[in-house]
Design a protein. Structure first.
Length: 534
């Protein structure tokens, strides 16, 4: 490569870098600014939220099934990559057509502005919501103009006017490297500063509020405590999930790309609609009401057969029945439309709140609700998939006719009602695992089964498509929690094998073998694992 070619390649690389730096400075500054404002998402989050809202259901399910809990970071990262590519393109275009480069940047900025203005997760005033995007647009445009000017300025030029290169006029001869380096370093410093502010202040109010609540949690004494976990509930089989799921291991599925920053001292819940008396509760009001403690298994409607989007926790909260009794529901009203702080909605039948002993929860496994699980207050409804019952960061409840409500997921093709289906899962062995027999030559298989509000009566396993064998069950805690099972295979033969599991609930219904995907109301089928014995 000739010196001239290397110089041109370097200049193009620097131009692309200028575009990326300009966009990075704008977005980082806007992100840091939004972190200082309550209820104002950053431009990247607003754009990502629009992607989530506009994406077809099959694409959302693809992300959940293939990326699991990493789907949100991957989405945000994808949006960032697209911005980087477009910004780099603008920088390259700016070598000869700076006006067009600024036009491309302006279009990106205006798209982010439109996304912010229509972001359902924003709770601040419309003017505050668009301020970060306006800042990103102004910073990106001015920074790109500055960096491109540094690239294009002739040494003898005394002003900062743009000079269109003539054919054959190599930009490197006019390039003030020192000035461009200073400009690039200054831009990078702005971007880094924005990132630091976002890191330090993002979710700061809620995190501080949760820490304060945690220090006083010992005073949170339920009027009705959950009974001790019965002996024999956990069968102690290695490889089977613990009976109580740690907060850090509990699955998280929601549409919030960033955790809403909701401090307890500013939280309120408004209950309105077809009620005798509207009610607005503060966090202190809630803590002053009758609190109960219950162990409840929760699962996501997106959970595939054998999936891990399920967990059991001990919850403390106010019975939803007590809340609804306070407001008095008018005749004809049979539904509750709950709204979260980020604008997500779900509809639940009033009868489910009563019959299933739903909670307005404030604590989880002896701690304040984790931020990502709904701090300061969330709804927990035993036996219903989360999309139709469990609203995190709940802020509002409208009482009305269930048939009139069109909540978030129902608009996207999911069923309006979705009771959790009887299911069972194999935890050990895992797929293609090789088991080493115990000293007596046996191997132990195990897992969990659930049939919320009904209870598990029987679990059976089938090895290599043979007869169904009844497994040993752990002691039942309650019909609202899962149940452990195990089966000891006394004389396994070396080699490859398959195991299939199925459960029967206390109503006598055995889970169906018909295979169905989660959409529209939960997956069905029998969990089967291939493994080997050493």
């Amino acid at each position: 490569m000739t010196h001239m070619s290397r110089t041109k390649a370097t200049t193009r690389l620097q131009a692309a870098g200028a575009g990326v730096l300009a966009a990075g400075a704008g977005l980082a500054g806007a992100s840091g600014f939004s972190a200082l404002l309550n209820g104002v998402p950053s431009p990247v989050i607003s754009v990502s939220n629009r992607v989530v809202d506009w994406a077809p259901v099959w694409l959302i399910e693809f992300g959940k099934n293939n990326f699991g809990l990493a789907d949100k970071p991957i989405l945000i990262g994808t949006v960032a990559i697209v911005v980087v590519v477009l910004a780099a393109t603008a920088g390259l275009v700016g070598l000869k057509r700076p006006t067009l480069a600024l036009g491309i940047t302006a279009i990106l900025g205006l798209a982010a502005l439109a996304a912010a203005a229509t972001d359902r997760t924003a709770t601040a005033s419309p003017f505050l919501v668009i301020l970060p995007s306006m800042l990103a647009l102004a910073v990106s445009l001015s920074t790109l103009a500055w960096l491109l000017a540094a690239l294009a300025r002739r040494r003898e030029d005394q002003g900062d006017r743009w000079l269109r290169p003539h054919p054959g006029d190599d930009l490197h001869s006019n390039f003030d490297r020192r000035r461009f380096l200073v400009a690039a370093m200054a831009t990078g410093a702005v971007a880094a500063a924005g990132g630091v502010v976002t890191r330090v202040f993002g979710d700061a109010a809620a995190a501080g509020s949760r820490t304060e609540f945690a220090s006083n949690l010992t005073t949170l004494i339920p009027a009705e405590k959950a009974p001790p976990i019965p002996n024999g509930t956990d069968l102690g089989v290695r490889g089977v999930t613990p009976y109580i799921t740690r907060n850090g291991d509990f699955y998280r599925i929601d549409t919030a790309l960033t955790v809403p920053d909701v401090p307890a001292d500013t939280w309120t819940l408004r209950i309105h609609g077809d009620v005798e008396e509207e009610l607005e509760l503060s966090f202190e009001d809630l803590l002053g009401m009758r609190l109960v403690e219950r162990r409840i298994t929760m699962t996501c409607v997106s959970n595939e057969v054998g999936g891990e989007l399920i967990g059991t926790a001990t919850w403390i909260g106010v019975p939803m029945a007590d809340i609804l009794d306070l407001v008095g529901i008018r005749g004809g009203a049979d539904g509750v439309l709950a709204t979260s702080d980020d604008g997500w909605t779900c509809a639940t039948r009033v009868s489910d709140f009563y019959d299933r002993q739903a909670l307005l929860a404030v604590a989880m496994n002896g701690e304040p609700l984790p931020l990502e699980h709904g701090f300061p207050v969330r709804v927990v409804v035993p036996g219903l998939y989360g999309m139709v019952g469990s609203t995190k960061w709940v802020r509002g409840m409208e009482i009305g006719r269930f048939a009139d409500f069109e909540p978030y997921w129902t608009q996207r093709g999911w069923d309006a009602e979705a009771p959790i289906k009887t299911q069972s899962r194999i935890d050990t062995p895992t797929g293609f695992q090789e088991l080493t027999p115990a000293d007596d030559g046996s191997v132990t298989l195990g897992g969990v089964a659930w049939a919320q509000t009904t209870g598990i009566a029987k679990v059976e396993v089938q090895i290599d498509r043979g007869d169904w064998l009844e497994a040993d069950l752990g002691t039942e805690d309650s019909v609202d929690t899962w149940r452990m099972w195990k089966h000891t295979w006394a004389d396994p033969t070396p080699g490859s094998h398959t195991i299939t599991v199925r459960a029967t609930d206390k109503g006598g219904d055995t889970q169906t073998s018909d295979s169905a995907r989660p959409l529209p109301n939960g997956a069905t089928g029998w969990h089967t694992i291939t493994f080997s014995v050493a």
